[in-house]
Design a protein around this ligand. Structure first.
Ligand SMILES: *[C@@H]1O[C@H](CO)[C@@H](O)[C@H](O)[C@H]1NC(C)=O
Ligand SMILES: [Ca+2]
Ligand SMILES: [Ca+2]
Length: 281
């Protein structure tokens, strides 16, 4: 190595060292500036932090408000639901009460059982006036199998009379499935959970939308007998009262036929046995 270069290097190093040391004192000012900068930045951060906290507080307050609003709304909705539920329950109860309370009744003449869905109120015996009595009640009645009495007397004084009913029909006639002549017939009172019931004379079938309770034949007194009574719809397949096959001729039911004239033919016809139906809805 060149000694001249070594000396030169030594001088330069010294200068650099001295300069650096003197610079150390001079740099106190810039270091001070840095601390301020640090504090300033710290302060800025604090301010920003405070701002953030404020923002959070605000949004928390907003959220609280919103939650309160929502819970109020929720309460209102719950109350509305409760109200409409209570209303619905009331309506259901009202409807089920109606379902229980509402109904119709009819007598099924000539049978001792109601159709499947109908409830038996009582079973009875078909009865009415004696066929040739001028007076007594004119309608056919269904007397219960199990009568109960109020006051009664056995003394003889003017009263109406009621007799059991038998069917009189010449056989064979192609009307009833079984032999029915001179058979005494029962009846049954039926209750159905339907609002309306109607007996239609002259129809063997119900109209659309109506349910068939039973079908049969329109029967009344023989036209030549002096003591008329009303028409009843006797089931097309009658039951008989046990031991009632004798020819008692008391209250008697006969088939009825239509007669042309004031009654238009067609649709009616001479001498046809009139059907009947009991229909409900
Ligand atoms: C039955 O007769 C008695 C005595 O005459 C009378 O007091 C009573 O009220 C009568 N009962 C009825 C249900 O009519
Ligand atoms: Ca008889
Ligand atoms: Ca008879």
């Amino acid at each position: 190595m060149d000694s001249k270069f070594v000396i030169c290097w030594g001088i330069v190093s010294l200068i650099v060292l001295v300069t650096h040391q003197s610079k150390g004192d001079n740099e106190a000012e810039p270091k001070c500036f840095s601390r301020f900068d640090y504090d300033y930045k710290m302060l800025q951060k604090l301010v920003s932090l405070e701002q953030t906290i404020q923002n959070l507080k605000d949004s928390l307050a907003d959220s609280k408000k919103r939650i309160e609003e929502l819970s109020r709304e929720n309460e209102q909705t719950t109350q509305n639901l409760k109200d409409s539920l209570a209303e619905t329950i009331n309506k259901i109860q009202e409807l089920s009460r109606k379902n229980v309370d509402y109904g119709s009744v009819y007598i099924r003449w000539g049978r001792n059982e109601c159709q499947d869905k109908a409830e038996v109120i009582y079973k009875g015996f078909t009865a009415g006036k004696k066929h040739n009595d001028k007076g007594s009640g004119s309608n056919t009645v269904c007397l219960p199998e199990d009568p109960s009495w109020l006051n009664y007397s056995t003394s003889d004084y003017p009263r109406g009379t009621v007799y059991g009913t038998e069917i009189d029909v010449e056989e064979p006639n192609g009307i009833f499935e079984n032999k029915v002549n001179n058979q005494d017939i029962p009846c049954v009172a039926c209750h159905i959970k339907k609002g309306s019931v109607i007996m239609i004379p002259g129809r063997g079938h119900c109209y659309t939308g109506w349910n068939l309770e039973y079908a049969g034949y329109l029967m009344a007194e023989f036209h030549g007998h002096p003591g008329p009574h009303n028409h009843v719809c006797v089931d097309h397949h009658p039951d008989f009262i046990q031991g009632g096959g004798g020819n008692a001729n008391e209250h008697i039911l006969y088939l009825t036929i239509s007669k042309c004239g004031s009654l238009p033919c067609p649709p009616y016809a001479n001498d046809k046995e009139l059907a009947c139906v009991v229909c409900s809805k």
